[in-house]
Design a protein around this ligand. Sequence first.
Ligand code: F6P
Length: 364
Amino acid sequence: MAIKRIGVLTGGGDCPGLNAVIRAVVKKALHDHQWEVLGIHDGYDGLMHRRAKKLSASAVSNILSIGGTILGTSNTANPFDYARRVRGKLIKEDRSKEAMANVRKWKLDALVAIGGDGTLSIANGLRKLGLPVVGIPKTIDNDLEETDMTFGHDTAVQIISDAIDRLHTTAQSHHRVMVVEVMGRYAGWLALRGGLAGGGDIILIPEIPFHMEAVIAEIHRRRREGKRFSIVVVAEGATERGKGYVISKHLEESPDPIRLGGIAHQVADAIETKTGISSRPVVLGHLQRGGTPTAFDRDLATRFGVTAVDLLAEGRFGEMAALRGASVRGVPIDRAVRRLKKVPRNHPLVRAARSLGTSFGDEK
Ligand code: F6P
């Protein structure tokens, strides 16, 4: 099949590096293949409502270093389970046939889907309906299987590490405990990497349920050693042993309706109540997804974009660009989305942190 025109969309939560990918896809497609590229607005929402614009080389000029996505995104639109409100009531319908009809109206020969597990699973569904697709793995959470790293993660880790540096000086001055809540959904990569880079004293991740007594014991132990402050880095998905996730809201229309959040307040309150030491929660929230991508993320995003176009040109539909060691190559999307990539309890970074005396709150 000769490709003449491709579509590109960004789905799910935004992250730094999305524009770098869009730029790479457009430049490479035009330069190497003279393909036309249609930028679809707001993820699958644009596909449902036929909102898109042709992307020329000048449309992607000067966007490499800019955060967010020039195309816009949606973390609710799913053509297979499309949510809309009728007289206040939420209904969900399979409207994938309409999505495919729009693909035909646009005369798209293939689609590049940039997103996390949700966006890539939908892309895989469209592939099964006959649309040639390739994927590019995006998420600050780094929770996608089959790739060593997603783009956006490195920038978020840098933001966390910078924030912890700033919290250190104020925690030290007030002899306080600062409890920093970071994102990551059900995986602890952001807390682990950001916590290690920022020198967090206690790191709490979803993969290692914690005992509040162990957290308190560690804070007391540090005091006995003359350290009158502590930094606790807690993943939004961390759980106290025997308890469930702390949930901030339910979004019915979203394919993943649970939004985590609030654990830092619980942990800080418990520490202050049980130790009498002044404790403050800090929730980094969407700051972790905003702003300029790091050089690492710009390079990775660019390599992913280039590889996605290569995969299309080679007819390797249903594959996703993935980082494996030092190289970027195609892997089946099916394998990347079948489960979340969580932190193994004996991961080298966990072992490294433990060997420095960092607590994961699981000591008896
Ligand atoms: O998946 C990226 C992410 O930022 C998660 O870390 C977080 O749990 C979630 O998205 C927040 O979603 P929203 O932008 O809908 O608040």
